[in-house]
Design a protein around this ligand. Structure first.
Ligand code: DAT
Ligand code: MG
Length: 140
């Protein structure tokens, strides 16, 4: 049986502005995962650079940080057995044009930068990411 896990989910700027955040969060709740924290915020440059620190040397890093700080996002913490992998599967591939039919990125992503959603890629990453966005007191 998969272990109880937490994962950080971000609904990215275009998906929020297009009014898809409730649908995206709802799909993840529909997996049977528990939403234990939720907020809308505008990421500042320092937060975006920390959250995506692993990509600092990538050619797309500047564009990624500029995009993520361009408008409000919705941040959520989900909890459940196997939450990290199950959310990644529901999200689909990083490039929406390569994402499986019916995944969040296939349905709401515009391109590889504006790909609708972020989900933590491992339990350890999730713990670090959650701490960047939420105080423990904000998590149910
Ligand atoms: P994921 O978000 O699926 O975990 P990632 O960790 O490789 O993908 O990259 C983080 C984000 O960076 C991704 O959601 C969008 C952006 N990105 C990744 N590869 C890119 C590329 N080749 N061109 C532009 N942006 C890219
Ligand atoms: Mg990643």
């Amino acid at each position: 049986m998969a272990a109880m896990e937490r994962s950080l989910v971000l609904v990215k700027p275009d998906a929020v502005r297009d009014g898809h955040s409730d649908e995206i969060i709802g799909r993840l709740e529909g997996l049977g995962l528990k939403k234990v924290a939720l907020k809308t915020l505008r990421m500042d440059r320092a937060l975006a650079e920390k959250h995506y620190a692993i990509h600092r040397e990538k050619p797309f890093f500047g564009e990624l940080v500029a995009y993520m700080t361009s408008a409000p996002i919705v941040a959520a913490v989900f909890e459940g057995e196997g939450a990290v992998a199950r959310i990644r599967q529901e999200m689909g591939a990083t490039d929406p044009s390569k994402a499986d039919t019916g995944t969040i990125r296939a349905d709401f992503g515009r391109d590889v930068t504006r790909n609708a959603v972020h989900g933590s890629d491992a339990v350890e990453t999730a713990a670090k990411e959650i701490r960047l966005f939420f105080a423990e007191e904000e998590i149910a």
